[in-house]
Design a protein around this ligand. Structure first.
Ligand code: MRU
Length: 345
């Protein structure tokens, strides 16, 4: 496990490591109200699909816990409002909606119970989602490590590590597991403009664990692949459509094209909660557009002229670029419409 906690329920509040300050400062923020959790998700204090799923669940639990309503109907209406606020924080990672649905299903199935009972169960459920996420990531790691050989160099994009989950990570879970099995592996972390999750977060957490990591800028990926410096690419996912198309951090799609061109296996590691079985293909996945200041400013300083700027936070990698999808229930391959559905059985 990692030596820091990404998120934690402690003394009736939610604590999070502030990922905006890493790696320069390791500071933790306290969320006292559900609105604080919603704002933290929006502002990227916490980010990464499974981590925002856990945060969403804890946000609803916090809202229920702090509610002053004595009337059941009013209490249930308030929970509905809380779930809407949490759902409106970020649109792409399906884990957020998965977690909200799981929490609200619990409410809807137990409407006859008293307010205190519902409140306590929601807190228990949020803690359970947190614990489950850690064990799911460990299983993903164990399953996926068989794809990594001793001596391999693995390229990863963004941060799909302990910081992006309740702990351990998905793509970095695979890397951690291979490393813990004694395989001598190296990691190349692409910096991931504009938010720099690769350079700031992936490099920080791997270095903390003693896993050798080299940072490259995003536009160096073609160079390192063409020089035979990469044995495989392992990334996480924010949403996987039922046909196997993958939404992940902007810049994942070009990496998949480069991998294909250079015959390098391209693996996606994700929990089953990241698969959106109601979404037929990548075309239907909503892509978050973030504040263009993330592109135009570096550490508060404007670096661009006043021209039009785009800032889509995710892109879609078509399923035929994906060599395997690694889940807690095993490694799946094309045709994904069949193999992903089989995971449900
Ligand atoms: O915008 P972010 O930092 O939330 O995006 C995160 C990613 O794209 C990750 O690769 C993905 O959520 C997988 S995390 C296990």
């Amino acid at each position: 496990m990692s030596s820091f906690k990404t998120i934690e329920w402690k003394d009736d509040r939610v604590l999070m490591i502030d990922q905006r300050s890493l790696p320069l400062r390791e500071v933790y923020i306290e969320c006292l109200m559900f609105e604080d959790v919603a704002q933290a998700i929006k502002d990227m204090v916490i980010r990464g699909a499974p981590a925002i799923g856990v945060a969403a669940a804890m946000g609803i639990a916090l809202g229920a816990h702090k509610s002053k309503r004595k009337d059941k109907i009013e209490f249930l209406a308030e929970l509905k409002e809380i779930s809407t606020v949490i759902s409106n924080t970020r649109p792409t990672a399906v884990n957020l909606f998965w977690a909200v649905k799981r929490m609200m299903n619990l409410v809807n199935e137990n409407k006859d119970k008293d307010i205190d009972w519902i409140r306590n169960r929601l807190v228990e459920e949020a803690k359970k989602i947190y614990e489950e996420d850690i064990s799911i990531c460990k299983r993903i790691g164990k399953v996926g490590s068989e794809l990594i050989k001793d001596g391999d160099t693995v390229l990863t994009h963004c941060n799909a590590g302990a910081l992006a989950t309740a702990g351990y990570g998905t793509a970095l879970g695979v890397i951690r597991a291979a490393f813990q099995e004694g395989k001598r592996i190296k990691v190349i972390a692409s910096e991931t403009r504009p938010f720099l999750q690769g350079a700031r977060l992936t490099a920080w957490e791997l270095d903390k664990d003693g896993i050798p990591v080299t940072i490259i800028t995003d536009n160096m990926a073609g160079y390192v692949m063409s020089k035979g410096m990469v044995n495989s690419v392992v990334v996480g996912a924010d949403r996987i459509a039922s046909n196997g198309d993958v939404a992940n951090k902007i810049g994942t799609y070009p990496l998949s094209i480069l991998s294909r061109f250079h015959n390098i296996p391209f693996y996606v590691a994700a929990p089953i909660s990241t698969i959106d079985y109601n979404c037929p293909s990548g075309d239907q996945i909503p892509i978050e557009k973030r504040d263009t200041k993330e592109v135009t400013h570096i550490m508060g300083n404007k670096i661009t002229p006043d021209v039009e700027v785009l800032n889509p936070a995710f892109d879609i990698t078509p399923s035929d670029h994906v060599s395997s999808i690694i889940t807690e229930k095993g490694i799946t391959e094309a045709p994904y419409s069949k193999s992903l559905r089989a995971l449900l059985g």
